[in-house]
Design a protein around this ligand. Structure first.
Ligand code: SF4
Length: 427
């Protein structure tokens, strides 16, 4: 069979905020310049050689020949890609080409995706991919596929990353999968719904083998579960670091503020090659508490200490901070900037929460009638697509700009916002 994978175009986080360009300067933040998600490279690796696999990187601007003779088109998408994914799917189907869809967005809204596809894969694709291929060949594709058993990462293949052109994505850190699933169930995260609430750890040998097969030196471990504070995770991370330190690599790690408060741990991560800690604030309980009015002096200091533990170990702390959550009001601008100053954070991005389908926040915003529209093109953390609780939409957009501008220019926010004094917080 001839199969064509499509990676749909999506509007980048700051694409509609040109006025922020001057403030970003040398930083490659807010641009989604990282290599594409591993979903397509994984399925490509799991496809037997008897089939021909082709790729359209619509995100890069590859032209699409809708009249090409194909056995199927497979489109994987997350929410900011969904609108474009549906457009492409509809064009192919008009011409009689079979379309399959999968990924985070179709998993969360399978009935919506089914309006544009012959078949939708719900959840992880790996366990059902052999069945999908067999059914495609037999021309007996089912409307939906959903794995009945949890996929074991013992069988995880090395993704075929070179299906994508590697030279066009400016950021050189190549994605490496380390875990699947998460028990934490943060308000804005789709992972527990899509991958389940048990963490599955990818075998360390398997990760090391994957890294060794790549001719690169920079990697991004995208799964923030590896930084959760439980013993199971820290032991896994340290065992992994024992192996990566032999490889002379630079590793970018993702986390929330729910990370281990142990300076030695970060020193060992640094020895294993970890050079950057991308830390998302806003979804987990620790960072929510940090910017809440009820934050105590001790909680504030604990947050600063976490940043310091990373920096002292030589790991650059990169903060990704959300504004507009239901527990925040306009005074949070001052708290966020004060925290960045107190913790000496010099690299940050700021985002607006997006009520993604398949997340508790998304379900709540929907149930409360607070979704403003479903133009998924702008559901990308850079735009307001839900009705905020304690901000008007104009105020939230102003405050989003204020954060970017004040952080990168060092200018103080307007005096009306300068009301926060942590020394007056309770202990
Ligand atoms: S944000 Fe991270 S810690 Fe929270 S549920 Fe998602 S994967 Fe788990």
């Amino acid at each position: 069979m001839i199969l064509r994978f499509i990676y749909p175009r999506f509007r980048k986080f700051l694409e509609s905020h040109k006025e922020l360009d001057n403030f970003l300067g040398k930083y490659l933040v807010g641009n989604y310049t990282m290599p594409p998600s591993l979903a397509i490279p994984i399925l490509a690796a799991l496809t037997p050689d008897e089939h021909e696999v082709r790729l359209t990187d619509d995100n890069f601007g590859d032209p699409i020949d809708y009249d090409e003779k194909l056995d199927a088109v497979i489109i994987s998408c997350f929410t900011p890609q969904a609108q474009r994914a549906y457009e492409i799917a509809d064009e192919y189907r008009k011409r009689g080409t079979t379309v399959l869809m999968g990924g985070i967005h179709p998993t969360a809204l399978p009935d919506e995706a089914k309006l544009h596809a012959d078949s939708v894969c719900i959840g992880e694709g790996e366990p059902v991919w052999p069945q999908i291929l067999a059914d495609l060949k037999a021309k007996s594709l089912k409307p939906f596929y959903k794995a009945t058993a949890v996929y074991s990462l013992e069988q995880f293949p090395n993704p075929k990353r070179n299906i994508f052109r590697q030279d066009i994505y400016k950021w050189n850190a190549h994605l490496v999968l380390t875990t699947r699933g998460c028990p934490v169930q943060c308000d804005g995260c789709p992972i527990p719904d899509k991958e389940g609430i048990q963490v599955r750890l990818r075998p360390i040998e398997n990760i090391v083998d994957d890294i060794r097969t790549m001719p690169y030196k920079q990697f991004y471990f995208t799964d923030d579960t590896i930084m959760l504070p439980g013993k199971k995770y820290s032991k896994f991370m340290l065992n992994l670091m024992e192996r990566t330190k032999e490889l002379d690599v630079s590793i970018f790690v993702a986390s929330t503020m729910m990370m281990l408060p142990d300076p030695q741990f970060y020193k060992k991560l640094a020895k294993g090659g970890v050079s950057s800690m991308y830390t998302v604030f806003g979804f987990d309980r620790v960072s929510q508490q940090l910017f809440d009015r009820s934050c105590t002096k001790e909680q504030w200091q604990a947050g600063i200490d976490l940043v310091k533990m990373n920096e002292d170990a030589g790991i650059h702390f990169f903060a990704s901070i959300g504004i507009g959550f239901d527990n925040q009001d306009r005074s949070v601008v001052d708290r966020i900037l004060k925290f960045c100053r107190d913790a000496n954070i010099d690299l940050a991005e700021f985002y607006i929460p997006t009520p993604f389908p398949g997340t508790p926040f998304g379900r709540r915003a929907d149930a409360e009638g607070r979704i403003l529209h479903r133009n998924y093109d702008v559901w990308n953390h850079g735009n307001i697509v839900f009705k905020p609780l304690n901000f008007t939409e104009t105020e939230l957009m102003d405050d989003f700009y204020t954060l970017w501008k004040c952080f990168y220019s060092g200018i103080e926010p307007s005096s009306t916002l300068r009301t926060f004094d942590i020394s007056k917080a309770s202990s």
